[in-house]
Structure formats: structure tokens, C-alpha cells
Design a protein around this ligand. Structure first.
Ligand SMILES: Nc1ncnc2c1ncn2[C@@H]1O[C@H](COP(=O)(O)OP(=O)(O)OP(=O)(O)O)[C@@H](O)[C@H]1O
Length: 959
């Protein structure tokens, strides 16, 4: 019958399955018998007759017919309560055993059939150190139990029913909240590992006894158990009971001492025994019994510490406090500032573990919810806003969901990532403050809701060499085995209570009671379920369990169905101050709690396994592990960064190329411009040179023309001048070869201005040969003047053309210069280059003006010649006979008088022209002189000489 508490008064009648020490519950208090040590082979050292009365291994003690109601089941119970043993001293070498086995020492079983393939209990893997164990054994053997004298045989509640291993492996509820992550911050928890800090106190002032334990791995624990105990606990491993701890804590009675009440109860912490001696009395033995003297640190060490460490190693763990209202659930879980409870001590231990485990890195996230009136509220979601009438506004409803991978999970639920104990404690304190409490008949500050703290632990093997080596070898970064995710659930249930007067309290109470009743029902049915499973393993196992009847059981489903290590702390109060009725009620509630604890111990089977390490985003854990997500995110971000860097490099290269191309283009443009400018300059230079050449040529022509006109000293010069002149005239197409005569004629015109030497100039050969022609052609010299006029006109035309060319080129040069200026090179205007150009232009201007002046001169010459011609004509008409002979004679005379100083030349025309001057001759001379002066003046002007102005005749130059 599952509803009733199995209370075999003498369950030990069944053959013992082997000595089954309890979890090493470290207690500094000395006791006569340690249940654990009593079961060891060294229990032979425990000669205490008193203890043997109540705790004797059935295997060692004579069977007593005290087992009644559970004789059958007792056969499956691996251990026997000490109380069930026959009174009397233990035989030497025998030991006391604790009633509830937790399989702390996975020694090979005596009863092999029970131990076959079951893993050792994670909670049993933590064993006390040798010293501690020895100490306990020793103390147990030497100090008589203070309880033993009070012991009376009575009923013992044992949870030792052996059941087949449950195949149930539902996904853990506590795995599921990844999607509702609302991390306030994020980051890897990677604490340095200082020298071991094993202080389990949040404040550092609670060095609990358990902190002296050296936790070891399962194998090591097994080995040690071989040495330290000869008990067989594999029976407990087999059914998973080793993963379930049930502890009872007795709250000190705050009221006036009720002697009668207190006398009815016997609480033996050392033996984890509670005996009730009243009606329906009996002995209740659990994994731990904490009496009124025990503080929270001891409770934590006994009931939760190892579970917390197992969670850190990868198991899911659930600790919950159950009990009547006001019995100390919240006190045990939260504690006070001076007496921190399970939650703060667990937090301290979590961080201690992280510090002690430098080869792994961790990420912690925490959520906190409450179930109030069958509704789930997020205690970390901030203050509940109030609306009309100061009523809290509707918070987004949090629902429980379930999927095959994540199991049952509440969503949406805020999770905060925490990086230090202080931060975590602060988060939880915030949730505590948000939790609903109210004063009730039994508790001034009664929790009106079930509160669930969930701490999700993600861990991963640390990469040797850190991030640097991760970067170097990404495969190595993945190699350590991925992320392991486990969950620690710390639950403070609301207390069962009687109906209150206040309606609100009544409503709350009804919800609380209903959910607690469902919990009790589920746990009770776990037993019958397992019984059925044992006979016929069913696929539909668990279907009939009413998990869905309350949110609480739904939440606890994964833990209750075997996926998690479980530690249940039941709180009771033995004394009851107040009326008899109250005392009676109190006792009933206390007994109910004890029965609940016994059922839980008997029925809950846990086969919790260490969570798999999942690689990457695959698998259950991997899909929700922030550690993994962050790693992937970090890798992706790093990749992006590298790509950006590459792109940046490429861009900068492209930019550099563009820059270079641009520079090259600019350079080319500059070169082109430079070339253009150079070409322009060259052109200008060329133009200038051409102009100058032309000018020089022209001036040369002029000079030669002048010479041809004025120089008559030598035959050679005459000849050459004549030829030059002829050429020039010929080029104009107006002169004939007879111009020689004209030249001589011009030469003779110069004579008067010079000396009379020309008179001795031999003239005969010239006369004999050329005169006739000369005179004949020239007649009276008009032809010569006409020829000169023609030559000058032709010269003038040349000059005009030349001027026009120069003007044209000048215009071009100006235009190109102007265009350069408009191209924005004006800044260089002061440069020497442009200065040179300007100088050239100025020079050209000067030249033009010079040429214009020459032009003027020419025009004057023409007009002078014209007027001279007219004068001569007039003279001819007036009185000359006009015969050539007379002219010639006069020429000869004139020559004798005027050109005596000049060397005579047979070809010189001077003598020919000498002699008495007629009017006509004078006119000619005047004209010739004018022309000579003008021409030589022009030539001298052009060459920079001022000889004409100095009065030197051109002919003197030849002399
Ligand atoms: N072991 C203890 N030692 C000293 N004081 C205790 C102990 N246990 C409980 N108390 C005190 O008893 C009172 C009620 O305790 P607590 O609120 O923890 O009870 P509870 O079981 O949580 O009640 P409820 O279910 O109504 O919330 C508190 O004032 C607390 O300080």
C-alpha cells in the first residue's frame, strides 16, 4: 500500500545485502556510533552495547521476529535500521548500519546479482578522507552514544525497498530554458584558480566539516571504499537510491518548552534517526537527520554539498525543502546573514569548484521563478507594475513547455549570466525580495509560493595555451570535447497549512496544499509504478503519474522521474507550543512530513548520468549551451574581423593603385602640358629665329645693296656689289644687266663728298668698253635712278612682307602665351621662361617699330629720289646740250680735281665722273648723297652703329 508509510518495526530481519554506509556526513560532534562506521568491518572496534541495541546488521545479528509489515520488502532492503536490530550488544566484529542506504561506497557487492551493471552513485562518490573516516569510526567506537540510552525498539521507516532499475530517462526539465535566455550580460566565466579555497561559506566564515573532504572520482572512491569499508553498497547503486538523499531537519521549538511533546520525540542526528514514541509511533531513519543544534552549514554539508559538486561535474541536481509551514524551509534554504543557508553556500561552493578546476572554463546563468496560486512568475523580471486600484498588472504568462530535446521548461523566463558569487547572490536576493510572503497563523513571514532557483552550469575543457592557441589551431579548440550543461535546482516549497481565516490566505493555502498533495501522490505512485515496471517493463511508464495536476509536479517531473540527483530536506518541528489541539495537529503534520520523506526515499529512483559533452551546436546540450554559442559567435566575429582586415588591406592596395594611377595620369598630363609648352616655346623660338634670320638676311641685303650703291673703290667689290644688286633687282624682275653702269654712276656721285682722288681714276678701259653701253643705256642717269627706285620699291615690298610675317608670328606668339595664361599657369608668369618670352615680344615690338621707321626712311628716300629726278629733268631742259661727250669731259675734269686722293682704278667710275659739275650733275650728286646718307644711316641704325651720324661716308669704310 503506497499511501501508507512503510514502517516495518523490524525491517532488519531480512538478510542484509551488505554493509551500506551512509554518505559520509561529517559531523564534528562526537558520537558513540556512526552509522556509516557501524557498517564497516572496522565496526568491530565498536563494542558499545548501547548502540547495538538499535542498530545491528542483520547479517551479523541473530534474526529477530520483529519485522512485520515489511518483511517481504525488507528482503529487498539492503540495509537494516539499527532500531530494527535485536536489542543487545553487537557481537564482536559486527557493526551498526544505517537504515537508509545511499550507496556511498561502491564496493563490489556481496550479493552480486544486484550490482551487475549499474553505475556508482554520483552522490556516493564523494567520500571523506581517510583521516576523517577513521576519526569518525574511532570516535564512534569509543564514545558511547548519548542517544542510546533513550532508544527503544520501535517502528522504523525505511526507504529501502529495492526496485528494478527504472528505464525512465526523461529529459531533464532543468535543461530547458535556453530559448528564454535574456542575459543581462554575457561572458565566459574564467576565474583564476587561486590556492584551494574550500570554504563553503559565502561570507567566508563557515568552514564546514565537509570542506575537509577531498572529493574524488568514482573510481577512486570505489577503491577507497574497498579499503575503508567492507560493506556492499552496490545494491543501492543498482536501484539508483544512491542518487537520492533524504534528510530531516528538526527546528528548535521557539515557544515555551512542552516537556511532554519533546519527550515523545527522539532525534538522533548521529544515527540519522527520529523516533516518535507517541501513538502511531515508530522510528524514522533517513540519510541525514539534523537536530535543533545543527546550523545551516551542517545541513548544507550533509544534504547538498556533494550534490552541488556533482552538478559542477555535469549531473543535474535538485534540492528541495519540504515541510509544514513555519518549520524552517526558507530558513534552511536561504538562511540569514550570520547563518547562510543551502543556496548561498551552494553558490560559494560553485565558485570554489570553478577556482579549483583550472582545466575547464565555465559559464553560469541563473533564473528564479515562483509558483503562486498555480501561476508561474518570473522573480527576476523586475518589479511587477501596478495598474488600477493598485492591482498588479498582468505579467506575461509563463508557461511550461516540453520538447524531446529540452524536456520541460518554463518560457519566457529571464536568465542572467553571473560571473561572481556576489553577483549571483545579488540576483537571488532580488528574486527573494520579489517573492510573495505573508503573515499567517504559524509564520509571520510565510512563503506563499513555491520558489525555484535554477543555476545552469556550462563547462568546457579549457584549451591549453588559451585563446592564442585556439586561434592557431581551431581543431584543437574543438577537441576538448565540447560543452557540458548541467542544472542545479534549489527549491523552497511553500508549507502545507491548515485553512486560514483570511480568504486570500485560504486561497493560497488551498493551492499550496493541492500542489503538495499532488507531489505526495506522484511520489507515492512512483512506488507502485516501479512495482509494475519490475514485473513488466512498460513503454507507457509514468503515464498514470499525475505530474500535470500541478505546476510544481510538472516542474519536478524530470527530477522525480530519475534524470537528476535529488536531495530532499524535510523540516519538522517536534515541540508545539500552544494548545493541546495545536500540539496534536502539529504532531500529525510532522508525522505526515516524515512519511513523505520516507516515501520519497523509498520511491524516487534516480539514474542521473553525467551530461554528455556536446560538440558544436549539435545535440541537446550544444543547441542551448551559451558557452558553445558564444564560442561560435566569437569564432564568427573573429572570422569577420579577419575578413574585414583582408578587405581593408585589399582596399588600401586598390586605393594605392588608384592613387598611383592618378599620379601617373597627372604626371602624364603635366608632361603633355610641358611638351605643349615646350613646343610652343620652340615654335616661338623658331619664329623668333626665323624672324631674326630674315631680319639679318634682309639687313645683309640692305647692306650689300648700300655697298653696291656706295662702294666703288675696287673692281672686286664693285663687281660683287653689282652682282648683288643685280640679283636683287633681278629678283624683282625690273632690272636689266646694264645696271653696272648705273652703279658706277652712283659711285661717281659719291666723289664730291669725299676727295678729288677719283680724278686720277683710270677710266679709259671702262669707257672704251662699257661707256657707250652705259651711257647709252642709262642715258643721262635717269635709268639708273629708276632702277634704284625700283630696287627700293622692291626692297620696300620685301620689308612690308617681312613686317607682315613678323606681325603674324607675333600675334601667334601672343595668342599662345595668352592661352597658357588662361590655362592657369599664371603663377609662373614671373618665371624666367616667360620673362624671356616677354622680352622677345618686346624685342619684336621694337623691331617692328624699327622696321616701320626704316619704312618711313624708304618712303622718304623714294620721295627724295623722285624729287631729285624731277630736278634733273628740269636741269636738262634748262641749258645743257645733253651730249654725252661734254658730260664725259666734265666728268674727267671733275675727277682730276676731286678725286686726287683716291687711288685710281682703271675701272673706277670716279674719274669718269670728275670734272666741272653741271646743274644736272649737282642735282645727281645731291640726290646720291641723300640716298647714301639715308641708306648708310639705316644700315648703321640696324647694326647699332652711328657712323652716318658721325659724318663718315660709307665708302670710307672700304678704304
Ligand atoms: N533551525 C532553525 N533555527 C532557528 N530558527 C529557525 C529554524 N528554522 C526556522 N526558524 C525560524 O522559524 C521561522 C519560520 O521559518 P521559515 O520561514 O523558514 O519557515 P518555512 O518553513 O519557510 O515557513 P513557510 O512555509 O510558511 O514559508 C523563522 O523566523 C525562522 O527564523
Amino acid at each position: 500500500m503506497t499511501a501508507t508509510l512503510p514502517r516495518p518495526p523490524r525491517p532488519s530481519i531480512a538478510p542484509p545485502t551488505g554493509p551500506l554506509p551512509s554518505l559520509p556526513v561529517p559531523k564534528s560532534r562526537s558520537s558513540n556510533v556512526s552509522p556509516a562506521s557501524a557498517r564497516t568491518s572496522s565496526a568491530s572496534l565498536l563494542p558499545s552495547p548501547a548502540t547495538s541495541i538499535r542498530a545491528v546488521s542483520s547479517s551479523a545479528l541473530p534474526q529477530r521476529p520483529i519485522a512485520k509489515s515489511h518483511a517481504n520488502s525488507a528482503s529487498n532492503v539492503p540495509t537494516l535500521s539499527a532500531d530494527n536490530s535485536p536489542a543487545g550488544p553487537l557481537p564482536p566484529g559486527k557493526s551498526l548500519r544505517k537504515t537508509i542506504s545511499i550507496g556511498a561506497f561502491p564496493q563490489p557487492p556481496r550479493h552480486v546479482g544486484r550490482t551487475a551493471s549499474h553505475p556508482p552513485s554520483p552522490l556516493s562518490a564523494v567520500t571523506p578522507s581517510n583521516d576523517t573516516l577513521n576519526q569518525r569510526i574511532s570516535s564512534g567506537s569509543q564514545v558511547p552514544s548519548r542517544e542510546s540510552s533513550l532508544r527503544k525498539p520501535g517502528r522504523v521507516s525505511t526507504g529501502g525497498r529495492m526496485l528494478a532499475k527504472s528505464p525512465l530517462t526523461p529529459p531533464s526539465f532543468f535543461n530547458g530554458s535556453g530559448e528564454s535566455v535574456a542575459a543581462a550580460n554575457s561572458g565566459h566565466l574564467s576565474l583564476p584558480s587561486p590556492p584551494q579555497s574550500r570554504n563553503s561559506s559565502a561570507q567566508g566564515s563557515y568552514a564546514t566539516s565537509a570542506t575537509t573532504f577531498e572529493d574524488v572520482g568514482d573510481e577512486e572512491a570505489r577503491g577507497r571504499s574497498d579499503n575503508k569499508t567492507n560493506t556492499d553498497r552496490h545494491s543501492t547503486h543498482k536501484d539508483g537510491k544512491g542518487n537520492v538523499l533524504v534528510s530531516v531537519r528538526v527546528r528548535p521549538d521557539v515557544g515555551a518548552g512542552d516537556g511532554k511533546q519533546e519527550l515523545e520525540w527522539d532525534v538522533n542526528g548521529k544515527r540519522s534517526l527520529i523516533s516518535y514514541k507517541g501513538k502511531e509511533g515508530g522510528d524514522y531513519i533517513y540519510d541525514n537527520v539534523f537536530d535543533t543544534q545543527d546550523n545551516n552549514a551542517r545541513v548544507y554539508d550533509g544534504a547538498a554539498k556533494r550534490l552541488v559538486r556533482r552538478v559542477m561535474e555535469g549531473y543535474h541536481g535538485t534540492v528541495f525543502a519540504y515541510g509544514m509551514t513555519g518549520t524552517g524551509k526558507t530558513f534552511s534554504m536561504q538562511g540569514t546573514a550570520t547563518n547562510p543557508g543551502v543556496i548561498p553556500l551552494a553558490i560559494t561552493d560553485i565558485f570554489s569548484y570553478i577556482r579549483e578546476t583550472p582545466h575547464r572554463e565555465f559559464l553560469l546563468r541563473v533564473s528564479y521563478l515562483e509558483i503562486y496560486n498555480e501561476r508561474i512568475h518570473d522573480l527576476l523580471a523586475g518589479p511587477i507594475a501596478t495598474g488600477l486600484n493598485n492591482q498588479p498588472t498582468q505579467q506575461e504568462e509563463i508557461k511550461l513547455r516540453e520538447d524531446s530535446k529540452r524536456g520541460v521548461y518554463a518560457t519566457p523566463l529571464k536568465e542572467e549570466i553571473v560571473q561572481s558569487p556576489t553577483q549571483l547572490l545579488r540576483v537571488i536576493a532580488r528574486g527573494d525580495n520579489a517573492r510573495r510572503v505573508a503573515g499567517t497563523q504559524f509564520n509571520a513571514r510565510s512563503s506563499r509560493s513555491h520558489a525555484v532557483v535554477q543555476i545552469v552550469v556550462e563547462s568546457r575543457e579549457r584549451v591549453p595555451g588559451g585563446a592564442a592557441s585556439m586561434k592557431e589551431n581551431k581543431r584543437v579548440a574543438m577537441a576538448p570535447g565540447g560543452v557540458r550543461v548541467s542544472t542545479l535546482s534549489l527549491i523552497d516549497l511553500a508549507g502545507s497549512e491548515k485553512a486560514a481565516d483570511n480568504k486570500e490566505r485560504r486561497t493560497e493555502g488551498s493551492h499550496i496544499n493541492k500542489s503538495l498533495l499532488t507531489l505526495g501522490t506522484v511520489i507515492a505512485r512512483l512506488s507502485s509504478d516501479k512495482e509494475k515496471e519490475k514485473d513488466k517493463p512498460s513503454k507507457d511508464q509514468g503515464k498514470h503519474l499525475p505530474y500535470r495536476d500541478s505546476k510544481l509536479t510538472r516542474l519536478l517531473q524530470p527530477a522525480l522521474s530519475g534524470n537528476s540527483l535529488v536531495s530532499i530536506l524535510c523540516t519538522i518541528q517536534t515541540g508545539s507550543s500552544g494548545s493541546v489541539a495545536a500540539a496534536h495537529s502539529h504532531t500529525g503534520e510532522t508525522l505526515n512530513t516524515l512519511k513523505f520523506a520516507s516515501r520519497a526515499k523509498n520511491n524516487i529512483i534516480s539514474h542521473a548520468k553525467k551530461a554528455d559533452e556536446s560538440l558544436g551546436a549539435g545535440g541537446d546540450a550544444g543547441s542551448r549551451a551559451l558557452l558553445d554559442r558564444y564560442r561560435i559567435e566569437i569564432q564568427e566575429l573573429r572570422k569577420q574581423l579577419e575578413e574585414q582586415n583582408k578587405a581593408k588591406d585589399t582596399n588600401s592596395t586598390k586605393e594605392e593603385e588608384k592613387e598611383r594611377e592618378k599620379d601617373e595620369e597627372e604626371e602624364k598630363a603635366r608632361e603633355l602640358e610641358e611638351r605643349h609648352r615646350h613646343e610652343e616655346q620652340m615654335l616661338e623660338m623658331q619664329l623668333a629665329r626665323t624672324a631674326l634670320k630674315e631680319r639679318i638676311e634682309h639687313l645683309n641685303r640692305l647692306i650689300l645693296s648700300s655697298k653696291s650703291l656706295g662702294v666703288n673703290a675696287t673692281n672686286r667689290s664693285f663687281s660683287s656689289m653689282s652682282m648683288q644688286h643685280r640679283g636683287s633687282v633681278l629678283s624683282n624682275g625690273d632690272f636689266r644687266p646694264s645696271s653696272i653702269r648705273s652703279s658706277t654712276s652712283h659711285a661717281t656721285l659719291e666723289v664730291p663728298g669725299n676727295t678729288g682722288s677719283q680724278a686720277t681714276f683710270p677710266s679709259v678701259p671702262l669707257e672704251g668698253s662699257d661707256e657707250g653701253d652705259s651711257l647709252g643705256e642709262n642715258g643721262d642717269g635717269t635709268a639708273s635712278q629708276s632702277a634704284q627706285i625700283h630696287a627700293l620699291q622692291s626692297d620696300l615690298a620685301d620689308r612690308n612682307r617681312y613686317i607682315a610675317t613678323l606681325e603674324k608670328r607675333l600675334l601667334q606668339a601672343r595668342r599662345s602665351s595668352h592661352s597658357r595664361v588662361s590655362m592657369g599657369i599664371s603663377q609662373k608668369i614671373g618665371s624666367s621662361e616667360d620673362g624671356g618670352l616677354i622680352a622677345i615680344v618686346a624685342e619684336k615690338d621694337a623691331e617692328i617699330s624699327n622696321l616701320r621707321a626704316q619704312l618711313d626712311d624708304k618712303e622718304k628716300m623714294i620721295s627724295a629720289l623722285t624729287s631729285a629726278g624731277k630736278k634733273r629733268e628740269t636741269a636738262n631742259e634748262v641749258g645743257s646740250d645733253g651730249s654725252p661727250g661734254s658730260r664725259r669731259t666734265s666728268h674727267q675734269r671733275s675727277e682730276g680735281s676731286t678725286s686726287s686722293a683716291k687711288p685710281k682704278s682703271p675701272i673706277s667710275p670716279v674719274g669718269f665722273l670728275s670734272g666741272p659739275k653741271t646743274e644736272r650733275e649737282l642735282a645727281d650728286i645731291t640726290l646720291t648723297r641723300m640716298l647714301d646718307e639715308m641708306i648708310s644711316g639705316r644700315v648703321n641704325n640696324a647694326s647699332g652703329s652711328r657712323r652716318v651720324s658721325e659724318g663718315l661716308p660709307v665708302v670710307s669704310e672700304d678704304r
